[in-house]
Design a protein around this ligand. Structure first.
Ligand code: D5M
Ligand code: ZN
Ligand code: FE
Length: 528
């Protein structure tokens, strides 16, 4: 039985509201007909069971003298990810645990609900830990908002992302292409300046480099025409093609993204150690889920969580004030500093030995434009529980050799709004993250949802491929792998707000994705 079977079993059990012992999952996975065994195990579970135990599986396997039942024949190849089963409390959990289960070998989690009382003395060897930060721009901001700053940030973007593309095409500056004769072969690396459809259904993409612009035409019948749907303004691309007879445009023959090489091999930790990747705590909101947070914090003290030694928080520690219209009506704590004080109290509940890293989000009290510097001194003093590392949004954190790009995720709203549903949606936020990885930039499009602060350097470029890409913001849990990079969008700790109700956003609240840093496997723990 391949490991992906185990992943599917875990995800199926989670969707039905159960956690499982690792051994129980292994036993189901290695049965002759795992879907049928899983169904029977669930059917025969005691009404009050929260965890599928090895003994439950053994009972079913021993009783199964007639393996060929109607149930088995009816669904021999049905994937175990239907999310249709009843759950223990009668509601459907909405966690989207990733589509790419083949790449993710989940291990079974054990319910914190059952183990809440069994807190243990954590035995951790602090000398084995290592945590390094790169790309923290706190205190480095040089931008004044002047026009020249915008020029330099885009020039830097083009230089650095263009550098990844220049070897792939025989490129020329825009001005040189402008003076080439009709019929010439040309190549160019540039920022997408404009995307337009023509009257006949083709696409005109204007690329810009440091010398000027040139229009490139993607014919609607070319095999890569659907790639045009995935383009965002201001991203960096390379194109090759043939100039028209009048040399006014080029017909695109090939198109390249900076992308993550398919051969990318992630690094892993040398020992079994885990990190909890969360975000969007929203303390101060009436919808902040205190009980779920407490269950999570208490679980971290249990034996099952003894290997969780790192806690990464990808923004929106607090609800903030004045972030959205009418937000005041749903504030539990109206003063922003008191919100951070309350957040700090909640943070105190997690084990003191955890290494904690925090970046800000759009609800936090730092500038909204990205990159966002880490919190100021006053807020650092306020959020001092367990001495967290407070860095900018985005930042690259390397934990025991595993590099984790942390970014709050405001651009995901934009990617989801602009791209077709199958490429990026709130239900599968990790797919929107794949697009950012492909573009090697955390917030390509300027001037929409995402506010960019012009700096000398573009801190939002992904120079290095991370092993893990961690975002939040859209309040939906989802994870999967893109060219071997694990993309995780954490859920949130805030129940549905009035606004979210009005636009049908159904948040994944109270889940903690836990990553094994030695294997990059993901386990989702549910606390709500
Ligand atoms: O936003 C969480 C998610 O909900 C994110 O996808 C934006 C969206 N959201 C939430 N409130 C609003 C309002 N008022 N307008 C537009 N979009 C909204 P977060 O910023 O993390 O709370
Ligand atoms: Zn949020
Ligand atoms: Fe947010």
């Amino acid at each position: 039985m391949p490991l992906e079977g185990a992943a599917r079993i875990v995800s199926e059990l989670t969707s039905r509201g159960y956690n499982a012992e690792r051994e129980a999952v292994t036993k189901i996975a290695s049965a002759e007909n795992p879907p049928a065994v899983l169904d029977r195990v669930v059917d025969e579970l005691p009404a009050d069971a929260l965890v599928v135990r090895t003994a439950h599986v053994d009972a079913v396997l021993t009783a199964a003298t007639h393996p060929s039942t109607a149930n088995e024949r009816g669904r021999p190849s049905e994937p175990l990810d239907s999310k249709q089963g009843p759950t223990r409390n009668g509601t459907q959990p909405s966690a989207s645990t990733g589509v790419n289960t083949a790449d993710i070998h989940d291990s079974a989690g054990v319910s914190p609900v059952e183990t809440g009382g069994s807190q243990v003395e954590r035995e951790v060897d602090l000398s084995k830990r290592s945590l390094e930060i790169a790309g923290d721009m706190t205190g480095q901001s040089t931008g004044t908002g002047a026009y020249e700053d915008f020029v330099s940030v885009f020039r830097d973007r083009l230089d650095r992302l263009g550098g990844k593309l220049r070897g792939r095409v025989n490129h020329r500056p825009a001005t040189a292409i402008q003076s080439m004769p009709g019929g010439s072969e040309a190549g160019m690396v540039g920022l997408v300046n404009d995307i337009r459809s023509t009257a006949s259904g083709h696409w005109l993409i204007e690329l810009e480099d440091a010398t000027g612009t040139f229009p490139w035409l993607v014919m609607k019948d070319r095999e890569f025409a659907d790639l045009v749907d995935q383009l965002l303004c201001d991203e960096v691309l390379a194109m090759e093609g043939t100039l028209s007879d009048d040399a006014g445009i080029a017909f695109v023959d090939s198109l390249y993204f900076p992308d993550v090489p398919r051969t990318h091999e992630p690094s892993t930790a040398d020992r079994h150690v885990q990190a909890a990747l969360i975000s969007d705590v929203h303390v101060g909101s009436q919808e902040f889920m205190t009980d779920a947070w407490n269950a999570f914090a208490d679980w971290l003290h249990t034996e099952q969580a003894q290997h969780v030694e790192y806690l990464l928080l990808a923004g929106d520690m607090v609800e903030g004030v004045g972030v959205y219209p009418d937000q005041d009506d749903e504030l539990d704590i109206v003063d922003i500093y008191e919100q951070y004080e309350a957040f700090n109290e909640h943070l105190k509940r997690v084990p003191g030995d955890l290494d904690i890293v925090m970046i800000p989000g759009n609800h936090d009290a730092v500038r909204l434009a990205e990159p966002q510097p880490g919190f100021d001194e006053k807020l650092r003093d306020t959020m001092s529980a367990h001495d967290p590392q407070i860095v900018s949004n985005p930042s690259m954190v390397t934990v025991e050799g595993v590099s984790i790009l942390m970014y709050h995720g405001v651009s995901l709203d934009e990617v989801i709004a602009e791209l077709p549903e199958e490429k990026a949606s709130y239900e599968e936020p990790h797919k929107a993250m794949y697009q950012l990885l492909k573009k090697r930039h955390v917030a390509p499009q300027f001037g929409g949802h995402t506010r960019l602060a012009p700096e000398e350097k573009d801190y939002l470029v992904m120079d290095e491929v991370p092993d893990i890409f961690h975002t939040g913001h859209v309040h939906k849990l989802g994870f999967g792998k893109y060219h071997n990079v694990l993309a995780i969008n954490s859920g949130c700790w805030q129940a549905q707000t009035e606004f979210q109700k009005s636009v049908n956003i159904d948040p994944d609240s109270g889940y903690a994705p836990i990553v094994d840093l030695d294997t990059l496997d993901v386990t989702v723990q549910k606390f709500s």
